[in-house]
Design a protein around this ligand. Structure first.
Ligand code: GLC
Length: 563
């Protein structure tokens, strides 16, 4: 595998709307991001990914862009963005933006012009397709519910939207559209951007026959994924995109890729892949319900461990995945992956250890480093997210009570991750002096940065140590390029693996006991040094036991040992 500049980096996702508000309007802003760069640097972050900050009506929180060349007023100005780039550079940090080009906003000039002249040039920027027998061209359902087709007023045509109806899909078959996208991407890269996180990209290739399929729900519709799966040839679009843009700048790109065809892995993220890396969503996919959040499956430890191990192994000679436990579309990792007995600081540190030391690029999501959790709401009206509101309805229609439907939202809502960052125990968690656009999680009094800054054994300080360990000169190569070797696989509730550097022979064991009972393992090699433990020093694996090559991990204990 070829080595690349980003291989050993640690990334952090900022959800700008909820990160830090400096002007009191209740919405986070670019000044807020700039003000926290030192905090991120101290945490050990190299790459900062900003969820969309472009001009947008915010129907889907900025994933509906109305002008790709403008910064949303809510977030600040282009001058402030340039300042952010310069400030990041001073600190040897890299800024990555979200690239949302499967669709734009219905308020984008292109779509407005298309509506004005549904047979004209701009209509071909989108999928304007004639209906069949007075109905939509197919029975595809959009990701946010309802038909993926919306009538074009005054015509017998419909336009396609895989997401909300305010997010019309761009027609990638049209070379002019592709050229305009490349120009825009290069315009941002010219400014000094390090790269992009690439949104919903698998959707850009459609099956132009727009087939209907057997319905999978009482609405007579079928998941739009079916149509995406039946489309062939996305690779050509992705290659062209890369060659016309990213490659020229040696940019870092991370794809949001669901439903990729298994055999295309190397094409996507190999040495000459379409992207530098892509997120490993395999754990998240385990929870998918057949019909929605109401039949989502809880995480079962063994399947979770197995699927992560499988992902790690399949990447071995291919490239790197980006490892996450949460993001702005997912519930909080501490609430999802930790069982009740582990939903505490010890458990959060343990989860951090197993995730951050995997092979691949660690991506933290804002608040993860202090162990933020899911947020309980009393009523559906307290949610903002378009997906949550749809899934609540889906649950009610399937016969669940309001209370049960609300519980599904508590467990799955995208708003869990979008509540404001908890900086302090002051008003609104120190996020804003105004009224936050989305209410803060009531637990900010206990969970916040200010409290953890000053407490040696806090989750925050543990994350700092953990990331510093990953980057330490002596171990860096092993953690970056070392092989991933599963360990003690038959031990119940144990999540253990080795990172092995074949060249130097260095071997590091990462072991974590997710169970309730203690777990004893025998080490085949002698222990050179315990590099990290999530317990206080006096509680750590004792010297005698280590000498005997036996260690006992208490419930929720994790260790990193140089063998
Ligand atoms: C991606 C984003 C999500 C958004 C969707 C549509 O999945 O992560 O937040 O709603 O794309 O752009």
């Amino acid at each position: 595998m070829q080595k690349k500049w980003w291989n050993d980096k640690v990334a952090y996702q900022i959800y700008p709307k909820s990160f830090c508000d400096t002007n009191g309007d209740g919405i986070g802003d670019l000044r807020g991001v700039i003000s926290k760069l030192d905090y991120l640097k101290e945490l050990g972050i190299d790459i900062v990914w900003l969820s969309p900050i472009y001009q947008s009506p915010f129907v889907d929180q900025g994933y509906d862009i109305s002008d790709y060349y403008k910064i949303a007023e809510e977030f600040g100005t282009m001058e402030e963005f340039d300042e952010l780039l310069a400030e990041a550079k001073k600190r040897d940090m890299y800024i990555v933006m979200d690239l949302v080009v499967n669709h734009c906003s219905d308020k984008h000039e292109w779509f407005q012009k298309a509506l004005e002249d549904p047979d004209g040039e701009y209509a071909d920027y989108f999928y304007f397709v004639k209906g069949k027998d007075g109905k939509a061209p197919s029975n595809a359902r959009g990701y946010f519910g309802g038909s993926a087709w919306e009538p074009v007023p005054g015509t017998d045509k419909y336009y396609l939207h895989m997401f909300a109806k305010e997010q019309p899909d761009l027609n990638w078959e049209n070379p002019t559209v592709r050229q305009k996208i490349y120009e825009m991407v290069n315009w941002w890269l010219d400014k000094g951007l390090a790269g992009f996180r690439i949104d919903a990209i698998i959707n850009i290739k459609k099956d132009l026959a727009f087939p209907s399929f057997e319905p999978d729900g009482p609405d007579g519709l079928v998941s739009g994924v079916k149509m995406i799966e039946s489309a062939q040839g996305i690779g050509e679009f992705l290659e062209e995109l890369k060659q016309e843009t990213f490659e020229k700048y040696d940019a870092f790109t991370v794809g949001e890729v669901f439903n990729m065809k298994e055999e295309e892995l190397a094409e996507f993220v190999g040495d000459d892949g379409h992207f530098s890396t892509m997120f490993d969503f395999s754990a998240h996919e385990l929870t998918f319900g057949e019909h929605g959040w109401y039949d989502a499956k809880p995480i079962e430890f063994n399947s979770w461990k197995d699927i992560i191990f499988t992902s790690q192994k399949k990447m071995e000679n291919v490239g790197f995945l980006a490892n996450i436990i949460e993001n702005h579309d997912e519930p909080r990792g501490a609430s999802r992956y930790l069982q009740e007995h582990a939903q505490n600081d010890k458990g959060k540190k343990m989860l951090a250890t197993t995730s951050v030391l995997l092979r691949g690029i660690p991506f933290l999501f804002q608040g993860q480093e202090i162990g933020m959790t899911n947020c309980k709401r009393e009523h559906i009206s307290e949610y903002n997210d378009i997906n949550t509101i749809d899934q609540y309805q889906v649950a009610l229609e399937a016969g669940l009570s309001e209370e049960e439907a609300l519980k599904c939202c508590y467990e799955n809502s995208r708003d869990n991750a979008r509540t404001p960052m908890q900086w302090s125990d002051g008003d609104n968690a120190g996020f804003t002096t105004g009224t936050p656009w989305l209410a803060v999680n009531a637990n900010y009094k206990q969970i916040n940065v200010a409290e953890q800054e000053n407490r040696e054994d806090s989750v925050l300080n543990y994350y700092r140590e953990l990331i510093a360990l990953r980057k330490k000169e002596e171990y860096k190569d092993t953690f970056t390029y070392g092989e991933f070797v599963p360990a003690y696989e038959t031990e119940k509730d144990l999540f253990a693996y080795m990172r092995v550097d074949k060249e130097s022979g260095q071997k590091i064991l990462i072991a974590a006991n997710f169970g309730k009972e203690p777990c004893t393992i025998t080490l085949e090699d002698g222990v050179k040094q315990v590099l990290l433990s999530n317990l206080a020093k006096e509680e750590m694996v004792s010297g005698e036991a280590v000498k005997n090559h036996k260690i006992t991990l208490e419930s929720c204990e994790s260790v990193v040992i140089l063998l």
